[in-house]
Design a protein around this ligand. Structure first.
Ligand SMILES: O=C(O)CCC(=O)C(=O)O
Ligand SMILES: [Fe+2]
Length: 298
């Protein structure tokens, strides 16, 4: 396991399995105002972005990126340079993760994946800055520099559950990270994203990784990029896994909307702050969107 890897999802799932008591965070809200009727949900038809074009700062791909981040707040990333073999090994390892300890070989694989994710994230931050015509290091600086780049790994395990319609895998939330690099299960769907007050199913593209804007990037972009509300539903017959890698700004570092993105038309939307992680957890239970706690004029 990479030294920075965490397994904070371990306990609730184990408790759930052992005690048969479903913790609150997994309970489906009986009434979901975003669920219209009982019909099948539409599929997210958001963009698929080609990493190899982004890394050469192809202008068409950059505008696709900008549009994806300011509408959906997430996209599927292909051609990211991580082989299907590596992604499959990580998926296998995620299933094993809950039977710790990992073997040496698995630790090495996780370390490799963590390093590659950092590389991909770094290029993404640069492309995001360029897509807004900013100096290319502006968002990357938010997360770190070449000496410091904190990334957390969150392993998610969603055990199958016969009463799947009453239990959620993960209730509706936004991520508190700068961005989230998500590897989802290869076979079992479950992730849904909210856009324009409607839930969309995120389709499985086995070779793709999913990138989400996190709250801290929404703050830094002064609200131009959207941190999407998303949730996970569980499957009645099959277990599902995912691995979320979360690049996190150093809690000691002050972050806030970039000054270049504060204009007369777009006044400063968020306060400047340190340690968003702390704020996020403080308001976890009491607010639907924790980011509202740092909104100006909310
Ligand atoms: O399991 C998934 O597909 C999403 C997980 C997630 O939203 C998270 O870890 O924050
Ligand atoms: Fe999430």
């Amino acid at each position: 396991m990479a030294p920075e890897a965490k397994h904070d999802q371990l306990k609730p799932v184990q408790e759930l399995l052992e005690s048969g008591v479903v913790p609150e965070m997994y309970l489906q809200q009986l009434k979901d105002e975003h669920q219209v009727g009982d019909g099948p949900l539409p599929l997210m038809d958001g963009p698929i972005i080609d990493f190899s074009l982004l890394s050469s700062f192809n202008s068409e791909e950059l505008s696709k990126l900008r549009s994806a981040l300011s509408t959906w707040g997430c996209f599927q990333l292909v051609n990211h340079g991580m082989t299907s073999e590596l992604l499959d090994e990580i998926r296998e390892l995620s299933k094993e993760f809950f039977k710790l300890p990992l073997e040496e070989k698995e630790k090495t694989t996780l370390h490799e994946y963590s390093n590659k994710t950092k590389e991909v994230s770094k290029t993404l931050f640069k492309a995001m800055s360029r897509s807004l015509k900013l100096d290319e290091n502006r968002f990357f600086e938010l997360w770190g520099d070449d000496k410091e780049d904190i990334i957390h790994a969150r392993f998610n395990f969603y055990p199958r559950c016969p009463s799947a319609n009453q239990v959620v895998g993960l209730k509706a939330h936004t991520d508190g990270s700068a961005i989230t690099v998500l590897l989802q299960d290869k076979e079992i769907e479950g992730l849904q994203v909210l856009k324009d007050d409607q839930w969309f199913k995120v389709p499985i593209i086995p070779e793709a990784i999913i990138i989400h804007v996190g709250d801290q990037l929404e703050i830094a972009s002064n609200g131009i990029f959207k941190s999407p509300v998303h949730k996970v539903v569980i499957n009645p017959k099959c277990d599902r896994i995912s691995l979320a890698m979360l690049p996190l700004p150093n809690p000691e570092k002050e972050i806030g909307p970039l000054k270049e993105l504060i204009t007369e038309d777009r006044p400063q939307m968020f306060k400047r702050l340190k340690d968003y992680g702390q704020i996020y957890f403080t308001y976890m239970a009491s607010m639907e969107r924790q980011i509202n706690a740092v909104k100006i004029n909310y």
